[in-house]
Design a protein around this ligand. Sequence first.
Ligand SMILES: O=C(O)CCC(=O)C(=O)O
Ligand SMILES: [Fe+2]
Length: 551
Amino acid sequence: MTSVNPGTQPVVLAFDRQDDVKKFENTKLGVKGLVDSGVTQIPSIFHHPPENLVDTGNSAPDTGSGADPIPVIDLSGPTPEVVDQVRKAAGTYGFFQVINHGVPVSLLDRLVKAVKAFHELPAEERMKHYRRDMTTGVNYFSNVDLFVSKAASWRDTLQLRLGPIMADVDSIPDICRNEILEWDKEVKQLTEKLLGLFSQGLGVKADKLVEMSCSGGKVMVGHYYPYCPEPNKTVGIACHTDPGVLTVLLQDQVGGLQIKHQGNWVNFKPVHGALVINVGDLLQILSNDKYTSVEHRVYANPQHEPRVSIAVFCNPSKRDDLYGPLPEIVSPEEPAHYRQFTYSEFINSTLNYATNQCLDHNFLPNPIFPIPEIMTANTSSISSLSNYNRDKELQEFDNTKLGVKGLVDSGIIQIPRIFHHPPDTLFHLSNTDSSSEQDQTIPVIDLLSKQAEIVQSIRDASAKFGFFQVINRGISVCLLDRLLDRIKAFHELPPEQKIPHYRRDTTTCSSGGVGFYSNFDLFQSDAASWRDTLEIRLEQFDPKALPEVCR
Ligand SMILES: O=C(O)CCC(=O)C(=O)O
Ligand SMILES: [Fe+2]
């Protein structure tokens, strides 16, 4: 799309990509739909920068070559030995596989088959499930971050909330419902067992992490990585760490997962019947870096056989409890590397993860919750933190691109400190005393009155209040009502539709004169205010840049 800038060359507006992304989203068929349509070249929205790419040389990297260094742990072994193996693997690789884990291998096989069958349903069946809004707890989409990432990846996902409250069971596609419900029961037991082993590996009581509700919030994703005709231009999942406590991953035999170990990418060789376990960012923090949350990625599938993987992300369900290095394991000799924070705060601090409520996890800009401050463990409340870094928190808030509405949607119960105004500037909403100011009302001037009266009223109001209201001003009241309603509708759009409009500078060509932001003076004022804004430069804007909902 081009637009003409008066007196200069045509300029290419930056929303070309967003149009292509929307077109792809509107197919409701994901990358599987593209493959089925016979594409031989992948659309440019999937092109990743060279530093993200994996050279697969058009065939799968050899997942079998060399010694496979990632430990396989037999959970049926004696507990002290298992604890020791878990502690070592979690501290060095951040990843390991478990066998004899108690989940019937036949169920694992059936689950992979059922999730694959869902992704291979006829187009008209599959697209009925395509949605991003989280109300039922069941979602099917391609790329959780489609509208915010710079490049999309070659993967579709069926996502389900397993806990603390199971998704609406009737919304789970029939073709995989029974298998998912069976898996949910098994994975609950397995994750509690694993949290027991992780706790003991830190030398704290076995039920410590379960008591902290570390696996109470669970999200399952069933990924489908179909054949990619240009695997050297995109990826299956870009390099990331999982933000939560721990991840249980079931993969089929196709291969494609790679983990970073000592600076090198290591292929994760699938073992039939085994489950892959990895440490998330929160567990690294809770363990005060004794366990490590490791970067991993999946290359775009160069084989005609599609790859299926099913991950369960475990997160705390107690949002307002404090998390941070376990007090039992910090001491003056081994001080805490991170401060204490609530899980809500953790979510708010990680890019739009909170605000779109997709606890599918990936693609956080920082591999670890950015808490550089070293705090000792006796901190009992966030508000008593002395190491408040305002610039950093402002930047993190701006990075969510969702304004204060995003904070409200994420369920915060305390407003972040960047919004705290000094007491002398605050209103007292509970003050009902009728002061002299409250008795006075701002004049309403009827523009259909006699000219002389109008002039007199305007002169008086301007002198006394500097403000007045006008009625009968020739603009249809119905239009005004619609305008208010549409601006409200814009602010209440789902995150993925609002985020593309987030920008502070509406003077650039690429903005089209339109921008959505929270607090125009966010980085200059002493305290931010509880308000978001859609700005339109009336003198010069591109109608196409306006959000459709209020165009
Ligand atoms: O598909 C895989 O093997 C890995 C998936 C993954 O890393 C994720 O969903 O976070
Ligand atoms: Fe992951």
